[in-house]
Design a protein. Structure first.
Length: 316
């Protein structure tokens, strides 16, 4: 296990290297002068040149990249020009809402997806299966921002059951915190629920007709026990992979939903930074989001051996 962990950690190095190069080039090759954008239309050439000199933007790209990566290795993501604070501090302040939203959306997705997927597989070919698969197809087709707007209109404006937008920190109470995240959580979780439902159904169908499931039924075990203890447990590895990928997607892909519901998370931070051309924040947020995504996938890989002892991570 230890050797496998070391190998997986070493395999992250080239991934993160490619990510840093891509992030850096996208930001610096994009048309337009960042210094001119930051200073505004009334800035003089002398002021623009002075800011370029201060930010190091007039140096060769290779030198800028090496300097940035060197600061990354020290844990320094740079400083935000507009917020007048370190990028690490800005990310830390906006990380909480995004993590809370991602966790709630994932909980909503799992509560819906796992039972629906198991029922659809058990009732294969029936009207129940067709209905659930139709719902999952609809969930995958509707964009999260459109679903969010519909929820805001119906639940927030017409029924007035939940706040339309805004955010309350966890320190102000659990319900005050959660009620502002329910609508965006449903908006994000619907697509993930649809994907996990279809994966659960497919994985369950692969194992329901295997010999050990038939043996469990022949012993007179209750169908509920057969489905959960024998079938679902052995079908869970592909589902776990999808769960890990969807959770990483929730963390990195909540930009539009956070903007719609006015949640001060990483999505809103990066949107504001793109409008201001605050490239240090953009680079920092994208790098941290990527690091979180690959870390989640590493954790999922390590959980394989815990959930299914047949998986030996230390074997080639």
């Amino acid at each position: 296990m230890f050797a496998y962990i070391i190998k997986r950690l070493l395999s992250l190095i080239p991934v993160l290297l490619v990510v840093t190069i891509t992030i850096f080039l996208i930001i610096h090759i994009t048309p337009g002068d960042p210094a001119a954008t930051i200073l505004g239309l009334e800035a003089t050439e002398e002021q623009i040149e002075a800011l370029n000199e201060e930010l190091g933007l007039n140096r060769p790209l290779t030198e800028q990249y090496i300097s940035w990566v060197g600061d990354l290795l020290k844990g320094d993501l740079g400083d935000s020009i507009f917020m007048h604070q370190a990028v690490t501090q800005a990310i830390a302040e906006h990380m909480g809402p995004t993590i809370s939203l991602a966790i709630l959306a994932q909980i909503i997705a799992l509560i819906l997806a796992i039972p629906f997927g198991i029922i659809a597989a058990y009732k294969r070919g029936s009207i129940v299966d067709v209905s659930l698969m139709g719902m999952s197809l609809f969930g995958m087709a509707i964009p999260s921002f459109l679903l969010g707007l519909l929820l805001m209109l119906v639940v927030g404006v017409q029924l007035q059951w939940l706040p339309v937008a805004g955010y309350e920190p966890l320190e102000n109470g659990i319900w005050a915190h959660v009620q502002y995240l329910i609508l965006p959580g449903i908006s994000l979780g619907a697509i993930q629920a649809a994907l996990i439902t279809r994966m659960t159904r497919a994985s369950m169908l692969e194992v329901l007709n295997l010999n050990y499931v038939k043996t469990a039924r022949s012993k007179g075990l209750k169908e509920f026990s057969v489905l959960l203890k024998h079938a679902f447990r052995n079908a869970f590895l592909p589902i776990l992979t999808v769960i890990g990928q969807t959770f990483g997607t929730l963390i990195t892909g909540a930009v539009v939903v956070e903007s719609i519901f006015n949640i001060p998370g990483l999505g809103q931070l990066i949107m504001n930074s793109i409008e201001r051309r605050d490239f240090a924040v953009i680079q920092g947020v994208v790098f941290v989001a990527t690091l979180m995504y690959v870390s989640i996938n590493l954790i999922i890989d390590l959980l394989y051996g815990v959930i299914d002892p047949r998986v030996r991570l230390d074997r080639k």
